[in-house]
Design a protein around this ligand. Sequence first.
Ligand code: 2AM
Length: 171
Amino acid sequence: MRLFLALVPPPELRRRLGELADLAHARCGGRRMPDESLHLTLAFLGEVAEEPADAVASWVRTLAVTPGRWRLDHWGRFRRPGIVWLGASRTDTALQALHGRLWDGLEHRGLTGRPDSFVPHITLLRRADTLETDGLPDVRLDWTYNQLELIHSITDDRGARYVSLARSGTP
Ligand code: 2AM
C-alpha cells in the first residue's frame, strides 16, 4: 500500500488553504486538490507491504511530535508535474529536524527512500496550465501543529483519496 507521513491542517486553516487553492486555480488552472486532501507530507514511504506497514503504524502511535508553528508565506512551483504549492520563504529548522528524525525511525524499521533534501510544501494544484503565480495574494498564515498521521493513498479513476491509518500521540 502507498503510504506517507503528514501533518493535516486544522479545520480553520484547511478552509483558508481551500480559498487560496480556489484563487490559484482561477489563475493557473489544472487540478485543484480537494480540501479534504490538503496536507504537508513529512515523509513519502511509497509502496509498503502489510507487515512493515503495521510496524510503522505501531511506531507512529508511540511518537510525540514537539509542538511547532510553521509560517506559510511563499507560493512555489514544481515544473514537473506542474505543481503549484504553498510553503515557507525560509527553511524551517523544526520541520527539517522532524523529517530527519522520522527517516531515522523509518530506516531503523527497514524502509528506504530517504530523499537528499526536503522542501516542505502543501500542493494546491496539479498539472497546472501555467506556473505563473504573479497576481496571487501575499500570504501570511501560521500552522500550529502537534501531531502527525500515517496516511494510505488509494488511487482510483477519480484520483487519489487519503485514509488516515494512525496518529502520533498528543504531547
Ligand atoms: P506532492 O504533493 O508534491 O505530489 C501523496 O502522494 C503525497 O506524497 C503527496 O504529498 C506527494 O507530494 C507525496 N509524494 C508522492 N510521490 C512522491 C515521491 N516520489 N517523493 C516524494 N513525495 C512524494
